[in-house]
Design a protein around this ligand. Structure first.
Ligand SMILES: Cc1cc2nc3c(=O)[nH]c(=O)nc-3n(C[C@H](O)[C@H](O)[C@H](O)COP(=O)(O)OP(=O)(O)OC[C@H]3O[C@@H](n4cnc5c(N)ncnc54)[C@H](O)[C@@H]3O)c2cc1C
Length: 511
């Protein structure tokens, strides 16, 4: 029986969302500025699939089934959770349902930044106090390290490299944006976790005519994102996790009964899954599900990648230490050098999806991909001759305070984790521990983190959500573009860019 007041069924978005090019592998295109890869696979995933010896796509669910735990989503969050569950109890029947292939979503297409949260520590203190903030920051820092150790232990060559992350200012308006986080880390007893750098110290790590001062976060690494997610898939399969690819879950029912019933749709037809527990690990797609529509915004994020140019990167930029770099914009540029000497760079921009729909604007938006390419040219004019060979995009899940949220729906059997806001590689490793703990009912240092069971501000209903988000985000980008170009943004643009903070969201510039 459903508990009083608990709606029994929850639904996903209507079936019009796109998949990421199911099963198609296309040849690498090499043009001066390529269109985003849209429905074809992005280059990280192409490389990982080409190198793979593990089985090809796992067949979709062909008939009704019963499992102990059903995990919806075959990205990092879902696979880390499945992995932790098998670690706790190898006899558990765990099944992962993935509408595409594992890693077909952002876990196989992100920027490869594996970051701790020392650069968010002041916000964490505001939200959770000193102890809560420290617990979160230490847990994510541990994940940065653990991912590397895990790769080594399981023979997953995900190009893991731990060289820290640089935050750089590219305009006087952004100078010192790191100061409160640096001071807070120091006050909390972690002076080396996040250290301010002078202009010269930044230049010693990477030369750009745009870079000013900055800060260095020691707990930062980079990975080849698709090798990591496909490695996780391989290890989960070896541990007996049932993975059903090409299988979309469209509905959950009886979430307060002894088993939750899931409707799963694949090429093989529609089937019913009965599960003792369900883990919703759907990232931006969560925004389309009824209990979470006002809890997050699905937004597009785009990247480009250059041809290999290791010698030029070394001689012109002196960028040989392996640090990842972000600038201090809210519509951030994030970049790192890959093992084969390419620069991969992404840029905030993109557009929101109406009502949580993930449509073509998340993969085919040329203008947003061009922003990432323009960012590269602007930051490193010395690399003008280096060709951009790939462009792609994907959805990110923006939460009202830019931090993830974990919990369990009334009824106690459906658990969720989302809201990484485009910074999920390290936190999704932590999510695996949290979500496995919620399923198993353990009370430990992960399930006690203040990220679990918290409430956040809600976004307004549609159409105000998408319209407001578009207008305010456009204002932020215009303001930051103007500031970088040395122009003063109009008063209207400045006021609009500050509006999210005034409305109580931790999004956008605060000054
Ligand atoms: C372009 C880009 C760059 C990024 N760069 C970085 C970065 O450098 N560092 C960083 O930390 N983060 C980055 N991110 C964010 C990061 O990729 C995510 O936070 C992380 O991958 C989240 O993992 P996940 O498993 O929760 O989500 P996903 O990888 O999105 O996995 C969710 C899966 O659920 C599946 N799914 C959804 N609905 C259903 C359904 N109904 N039934 C079955 N399956 C379903 C989807 O197909 C998807 O594969 C970036 C994201 C993008 C798009």
């Amino acid at each position: 029986m459903p508990a009083p007041g608990v709606p029994s069924g929850i639904r996903g978005p209507p079936g019009s969302d796109i998949l990421y090019g199911a099963w198609r592998l296309d040849a690498v295109t090499s043009t001066v500025f390529p269109a985003p890869s849209g429905h074809t696979r992005n280059p990280w995933l192409r490389e990982a699939l080409a190198a793979e010896r593990s089985p090809g796509p796992m067949p979709g669910l062909a008939g009704d089934t019963t499992v102990d735990v059903a995990v919806i989503g075959g990205g990092y969050t879902g696979l880390w959770t499945a992995y932790r569950l098998t670690e706790h109890d190898p006899s558990l029947r765990v099944a992962v349902f993935e509408q595409d292939i594992c890693g077909g979503g952002p876990s196989g297409r992100n920027g490869g930044f594996v970051n701790a949260w020392w650069d968010e520590i002041a916000t964490l203190v505001e939200l959770f106090g000193d102890d809560g903030a420290l617990a979160c920051a230490r847990a994510v820092a541990a994940s940065v390290h653990d991912i590397g150790d895990w790769c080594e232990r399981h023979g997953v060559d995900a190009h893991y490299r731990r060289a820290g992350m640089l935050l750089v200012s590219t305009t006087p308006h952004h100078d010192g944006r790191w100061v409160s986080d640096v001071r807070t880390a120091e006050r909390l007893g972690h002076p080396d976790a996040y250290r301010a750098l002078t202009v010269e110290e930044v230049a010693a790590r990477c030369r750009s005519p745009r870079f000013r001062g900055g800060a260095h976060m020691a707990d930062g690494a980079t990975v080849h994102p698709a090798h990591l997610v496909r490695g996780l898939r391989r290890v989960c399969l070896e541990r007996g996790v049932a993975i059903h690819e090409g299988t979309r879950v469209t509905r959950l029912r009886d979430r307060s009964g002894p088993t939750v019933r899931l409707t799963a749709v694949s090429d093989a037809g529609t089937a019913e899954v009965r599960a003792g527990h369900v883990v919703m690990a759907m990232n931006a797609w969560t925004a389309g599900w009824s209990p979470f529509r006002s809890s997050l915004l699905a937004w597009g994020s785009y990247m480009v990648r250059t041809e290999p140019a290791p010698d030029l990167i070394a001689s012109e930029l002196g960028w040989t230490g392996g640090e990842s770099i972000i600038d201090a914009r809210f519509s951030v540029h994030y970049l790192h050098v890959t093992r084969d000497g390419r620069i991969a760079i992404g840029a905030g921009g993109g557009t929101p999806g109406f009502g949580g729909r993930i449509g073509r604007s998340f993969t085919d938006d040329r203008a947003s991909a061009a922003r990432a390419g323009d960012g590269l040219r602007w930051l490193f004019p010395a690399l003008d001759e280096v060709a951009i060979t790939d462009a792609w995009g994907g959805p990110i899940d923006i939460s009202p305070d830019h931090l993830p949220r974990f919990g369990t729906l009334p009824g106690g059997r459906v658990h969720f984790g989302f809201g990484y806001s485009g910074n999920g590689v390290a936190p999704s490793h932590l999510a695996g521990r949290i979500l496995a703990g919620l399923v198993l009912g353990t009370d430990d240092r992960w399930t006690r983190l203040p990220l679990v069971g918290r409430r956040t501000r809600r976004f307004p209903p549609e159409p105000f959500r998408v319209l407001g988000a578009r207008v305010l985000r456009a204002a932020m980008v215009r303001r930051e573009d103007a500031e970088e170009a040395g122009r003063r943004p109009s008063r209207l643009v400045r006021e609009l860019s500050r509006m999210p903070r005034r409305l109580g969201y931790r999004l956008g510039p605060s000054d």
